[in-house]
Design a protein. Structure first.
Length: 370
């Protein structure tokens, strides 16, 4: 519903409706501090949604329509005062910033991921976070292109902080789920950078990064779920040598990890390369080259925490208590190999997605280049 709506009120209704099942899935079937994490997720999202509703109503009072296509073609930046346009822009974008999430509005994400059941973590990483990036491009940037350009540098700086801060926090994690949750904060910084570099190539890369991240992180959470299901342990210091007991899980976990750190031939590399090339070559933001180079350091951190985690969990001396731990069964192999196939397909032939993405991005990028 969120991705199909062309009416802002319908978009808002679908945006809110998603909260109810997610709250129940985390609070009923989760683990650990599940009620706390579910309530935190709801409160953060509702906080952003309240601002978005105020922005949408203010926009309607100024423009007289909720139709996204009509609003994007009205040139509201030149009709409204810069203060009014900026006010509506920030009211609406708060909701997307929380959902993406960007630093410092990200603290609900590690808790929600850590305490949610495996399947819910996969949905959260694969679909829900992408609503934030989609909303930024679809609503904020396309309806207020001049305002987006005016504040682009602010968001690029926040993106770089998010990339480095998220990666540094990831290095400190000892829980497998928390490690992957914090890595999502870092990777969503690449999306924010691509969107607010405001070039066609960078925005195409940002959308591909959202698709790629959804598949890679979805697979990583599925693999953590399998390791936990087989060993009943998620703490990295309490694991080791699992490659002997579960070689298939170890290989697929490694492929997902290499894709997350941007190994050539995987979707992670294709998405990050397009985003960085597009951002570095952008003419819309002053000093964007320096910020892009700083963001690329996040990839170096990524290699560090992924390789460290794989070595600790799967290699080294085996633990006797996991001697009888089974490998992936036939059904589990079907879905994890399907994930791997998609990661490889996007990595080797990204045009299968970028050709579709460009059709949506070109009219928006044209507002800046034209």
């Amino acid at each position: 519903g969120v991705f199909c709506s062309l009416d802002l009120i319908l978009f808002f209704i679908f945006w809110e409706v998603e909260l109810i099942p997610m709250y129940m899935l985390i609070s009923i079937w989760g683990t650990g501090r599940k009620e706390y994490s579910a309530i935190k997720f709801v409160l953060y999202t509702l906080f952003g949604s309240a601002f978005m509703l105020a922005g949408i109503l203010l926009l309607y009072l100024q423009a007289g329509t909720f139709d996204m296509i009509v609003l994007a073609g009205m040139g509201l930046d030149s009709i409204l005062s810069s203060m009014m346009a900026g006010g509506i822009f920030f009211l609406i974008i708060v909701a997307y910033a929380i959902k993406l999430p960007i630093f410092p509005l990200h603290t609900w994400l590690p808790d929600a991921h850590t305490d949610a059941p495996t399947a819910v973590s996969v949905v959260l990483a694969g679909v829900l976070l992408k609503m934030g990036g989609y909303g930024m491009i679809r609503v904020s940037v396309s309806i207020f292109p001049e305002t987006a350009e005016r504040y682009a540098l602010l968001f690029v700086v926040i993106a770089v902080i998010g990339v480095i801060y998220g990666a540094a926090l990831t290095l400190r994690q000892t829980d497998l789920k928390k490690l992957i949750a914090y890595s999502s904060v870092s990777h969503m910084g690449f999306v924010l950078l691509g969107i607010f570099a405001l070039s066609e190539v960078s925005m195409t890369g940002a959308v591909l990064q959202m698709v790629s991240h959804g598949v890679i992180t979805g697979l990583l959470f599925a693999m953590v779920g399998l390791v936990y299901y087989k060993t009943h342990e998620r703490s990295i210091p309490r694991l080791g040598g699992l490659v002997r007991q579960m070689p298939v899980i170890a290989v697929v976990f490694s492929i997902a990890g290499f894709a997350a750190l941007g190994l050539p031939g995987t979707s992670g590399f294709a998405a990050e390369a397009i985003t960085f090339v597009g951002s570095y070559g952008s003419t819309m933001v002053s000093g964007i080259q320096i910020y892009t180079i700083l963001a690329i350091t996040g990839v170096v951190f990524g290699a560090g925490y992924i390789l460290w985690m794989l070595r600790r969990v799967f290699y080294g001396p085996p633990w006797d208590e996991y001697n009888g731990a089974p490998d992936a069964d036939r059904l589990e192999k079907v879905y994890i190999f399907a994930f791997v196939a998609v990661i490889m397909l996007i990595g080797l032939y990204p045009a299968i997605f970028t050709n579709v993405i460009k059709m949506g991005i070109q009219p928006i990028a044209g507002m800046f280049n034209g």
